[in-house]
Every structure is written in structure tokens, then in C-alpha cells.
Write a protein that binds this ligand. Structure first.
Ligand SMILES: C[S@@+](CC[C@H](N)C(=O)[O-])C[C@H]1O[C@@H](n2cnc3c(N)ncnc32)[C@H](O)[C@@H]1O
Length: 263
């Protein structure tokens, strides 16, 4: 997969993607990064890429022409997106979808943004990483590339790692524990130590729903769930399996009954 990034500060994107599994994916050639700097296409001696907005207002805007030349230098074969706080909010399902593309082009704004005519002329879709304003699109581009790269087969060492990540199947991943078994008088859920893979799998599945119910109940609204079966499972579960996950049996049973009553 190839990521093209148009940016006035390409080093920011390049540096952010040099580490960990994502850095490894670029080094192994599982994906490629092409950085294009609009300043290289500026026409005057000062390499000007920005100007004041018509109608006044604070700050500067990126001019359309150097951006257009940057885009034309690429002839991208895949979709092109402009990073913008006004765009559709990027999420995990988009990361999975985008990882199916062979090529993606991301355009980073700076200053007060870009001349709107560049976006309109090229019919470019805007994408945001959240309802806040960054100083530039570079960190947003790096965030998106990181999350898309994780979805590319072979990038994560262990084949199942991405499958268990939060948001897969609409649930959050459950908390994990490692050695020592007892730390600061805190134990781990006994079921995780029982050695019975079927029981462990069932426990993890059900805890995924409970943890999501606690932390992000909004994710469960569209989910069809057998709440009665879950109530039965939790009722039989000893408290020491729930406490390490930050769950209280009485409280969680009340929430489950409420869900069951509401259908
Ligand atoms: C200071 S911001 C400009 C914000 C713009 N004046 C507005 O209020 O919509 C500069 C650039 O940072 C990037 N940016 C800022 N916040 C972002 C976000 N939440 N997601 C993606 N990109 C963002 C965009 O490329 C934007 O053009």
C-alpha cells in the first residue's frame, strides 16, 4: 500500500511513522510513503505558498496553485482526502476500509487552512481525527496512516492481534494481565488461569460486552445481544473474576437487567 502525503512539514509525518510495528512495515516494504512538499512547486524566489484571506481575518491560507501542482505531480490512483476538523470523523471501520486500497493521498493543511477552490475543483473529501483543532494536518495524517497500516496483513507480528483490538465486532478489548500473578495484593481473574480454552474464550467474549457497557455504552446500541444469557452467566460468576476488570457484580447485573427490559 502506498501513502502519498502533501505537506509543508513532511518531516513531521515521516518521523512519526518510523517507530514500532508501523515503522517496521515501512522498512519491510509492506507499505510505502511518498512525501510531496507544495513549497517545491512555489513559483517565486521566496517559495511563497500562503497568502492573506480575502475579506480579512487572522492568519494566512495555503494557496491553491502549489497544492494543485503537488497533486498533479502524483496522478494518484486511489482516493484523496484533505485533513480537516470539519470533515467526517475518522474511525476504526474507516481504517479497515481504507486498508483495502492500494494507494491513498492525504493533504495536510497549515495556517488557517487552504483555498477552498482547490478542494472544490478536485472534489476532495475532508476527514477529521476529532472535534478539536490542530495546528496542521501532519499529526492527523500520521494518526490515520498508523491505524490503517495496522490493518494491512503481515504488519502486526501476531496474526490475531488486530482481530482482538478494540472496536472489532463493535466491542472494546478487555483489560489484560501479565506476570506476576499477584501484584500489590491485586490478583487476576481466576478463569484466565484455568487452562480450559473454551471457558477462557467464553469469559473474554462476555467480559468484552460488560467492559463496553461500562466504558462506551453507545457502542452497544446497534448490537443484538442475548442479555438474558449474559445475566445468567454473570450471576454464576464469582466476584473475583469481575473485580480485576473494574466491574462490580451487583451494579453490572442491574445494568444488564435494564438493557434486557429495554429490549
Ligand atoms: C489551524 S487548522 C485550521 C482550522 C480551520 N481554520 C478551521 O477552523 O476549520 C490547520 C490545519 O490543521 C489540520 N487540522 C486541524 N484540526 C484537525 C483535525 N481535527 N483533524 C484533521 N486535521 C486537522 C487541517 O489540515 C487544517 O487545515
Amino acid at each position: 500500500m502506498r501513502f502519498n502525503v502533501i505537506s509543508l512539514m513532511p518531516e513531521m509525518v515521516e518521523t512519526a511513522l518510523q517507530f514500532g510495528v508501523v515503522g517496521g512495515a515501512f522498512k519491510k516494504g509492506l507499505c510505502e510513503l511518498s512525501l510531496i512538499n507544495p513549497r517545491d512547486f512555489a513559483e517565486d524566489n521566496h517559495k511563497t505558498v500562503d497568502d492573506r484571506p480575502f475579506g480579512g481575518g487572522d492568519g494566512m491560507l495555503m494557496m491553491a496553485e502549489p497544492l494543485q501542482k503537488s497533486l498533479d505531480s502524483l496522478t494518484p490512483s486511489g482516493p484523496t482526502y484533505f485533513l480537516s476538523p470539519q470533515g467526517r470523523r475518522f474511525d476504526d471501520s474507516m481504517a479497515r476500509e481504507w486498508s483495502q486500497d492500494d494507494e491513498i493521498t492525504l493533504i495536510c493543511g497549515r495556517y488557517g487552512g487552504v483555498d477552498q477552490r482547490f478542494l472544490s475543483h478536485n472534489k476532495i473529501t475532508e476527514v477529521s481525527i476529532g472535534d478539536f483543532v490542530l495546528s496542521g494536518g501532519e499529526l492527523a495524517a500520521a494518526v490515520i496512516i498508523d491505524s490503517v497500516t495496522r490493518q494491512i496483513p503481515g504488519v502486526l507480528g501476531h496474526a490475531a492481534s488486530a482481530v482482538d483490538d478494540s472496536f472489532k465486532g463493535g466491542l472494546l478489548e478487555i483489560p489484560h494481565f501479565t506476570r506476576p500473578q499477584l501484584w500489590n495484593d491485586l490478583g487476576v481473574p481466576p478463569l484466565l488461569l484455568c487452562g480450559d480454552h473454551r471457558k477462557i474464550h467464553e469469559f473474554k467474549q462476555n467480559m468484552g460486552v460488560l467492559v463496553t457497557l461500562q466504558k462506551r455504552p453507545d457502542l452497544l446500541t446497534a448490537r443484538s445481544q442475548d442479555w438474558a444469557a449474559l445475566i445468567q452467566y454473570v450471576s454464576k460468576l464469582s466476584e473475583d473474576n469481575l473485580v480485576p476488570l473494574g466491574l462490580q457484580k451487583g451494579e453490572i447485573l442491574l445494568q444488564l437487567k435494564e438493557r434486557e427490559d429495554n429490549g
